[in-house]
Design a protein around this ligand. Sequence first.
Ligand code: AMP
Length: 126
Amino acid sequence: MPYVYDDQNIFAKILRGEIPNDTVLETEHTLAFNDIAPQAPIHVLVIPKGPYVCYDHFALEASDAEIADFNRVVGQICQMKGLQPGEGGAGFRLISNAGKDAVQEVPHLHVHILAGRNLGRMLGKA
Ligand code: AMP
């Protein structure tokens, strides 16, 4: 089944400037902003500006320029926040929920960068 993008989702509204956001970094193809309900001391969302529903949609259909820009922004956020394990930072977790089993709430691709405390093991028991 083809991906169907709903342009009324909240991140589409943020990208159109219809609702505010707390921007951390913006580039040609990508926007990073603080999560409105942070689950860690650092909780940044990174989204492409293009209409991609979830990670696989983006990975399969976005241009090389969009994919490169998106990933560079993830790296730049980690650098800006001092999270890089190889540079003495305490690390971070990168999560992207896709679809119903992952309980994706907003149907516009986003990765969560979570950091600033020990985040525990990756998943709780089902
Ligand atoms: P997910 O369950 O992966 O779709 O996560 C959606 C995330 O978007 C949640 O962590 C929400 O707190 C966050 N969120 C929802 N609305 C906003 C908003 N207006 N600004 C920033 N973050 C938001």
